[in-house]
Design a protein around this ligand. Sequence first.
Ligand code: SF4
Ligand code: SF4
Length: 289
Amino acid sequence: MKQVVVISGKGGTGKTSITAALAGVGPQKVIADCDVDAADLHLILDPKVKLREDFYSGQTATINTEHCIECGQCAEQCRFNAISVSFEIVKEKCEGCGLCEFICPTQAVSMTDRKCGHRFVSNTRFGTMVHAALGIGEENSGKLVTAVRKTARELAEAEKAKLVLVDGSPGIGCPVIASLTDIDFCILVAEPTVSAVHDLKRVHELARHFEVPCTAILNKCGINESLENEIRKYCRENEILILGEFPYDTTFSQAQIHGKTVAEFAPDTFGPTVRNIWSRMAKTLELPD
Ligand code: SF4
Ligand code: SF4
């Protein structure tokens, strides 16, 4: 079983649409949506949830008003201003450091596990999908990505699937590192804009650091020839195989509006490109074509 991640550095490059299109070709697979901060793969794949679990990470403080003598020490010492003048915990600000529990003279403070979001296992028309929703204002998305990846891998083993296809997180922070861990093959989605080229190089450096082999897909071709050539040159110099290229086209947004992949929405124009990309990737990974 192989694990492939699609990442882009910058958001809005079409990464998720391309992941969805790849989900529709090739052998049986498990799909993992690791863009947990702003998940939108579900808009295309229309998952039918069969399992929903709470996700806990870190801790948060709670003050028992019956034991609190309102001495004010906790509010004075909390460097995150997470305790209000009426000695209530402001959950969005509490970092779970435990200082208030430590200093409270009446043991009025207790620390409890913090619910940060939900993890789902769903059925889609392309196979099992593992996805998640981070609670509003919650952090620790790297841990949630790790949890999604672990569940996806276990399900793939149980289903004897040949592939885990991961829609990776944007940026180069903790969630992307969690998306890249134990990955066999990385697809970098690049668009010819200044910020995207910059972010592509940064995320490639990150993948290289973790020794993950990289390939690329060039999206939105036709909007800036000079930047497209810069991306091609960068890929050539760094031995990154370009699996395929897509033109700048409203098909991407139209397909998403209709809840379809680009290959489903425009089978004659986009279908062959997606299948060619899959074939080149399958050859590299020695997967069934
Ligand atoms: S330190 Fe304890 S007793 Fe004092 S205000 Fe905070 S919770 Fe109440
Ligand atoms: S656990 Fe830390 S951050 Fe949270 S309220 Fe207590 S002192 Fe503040």
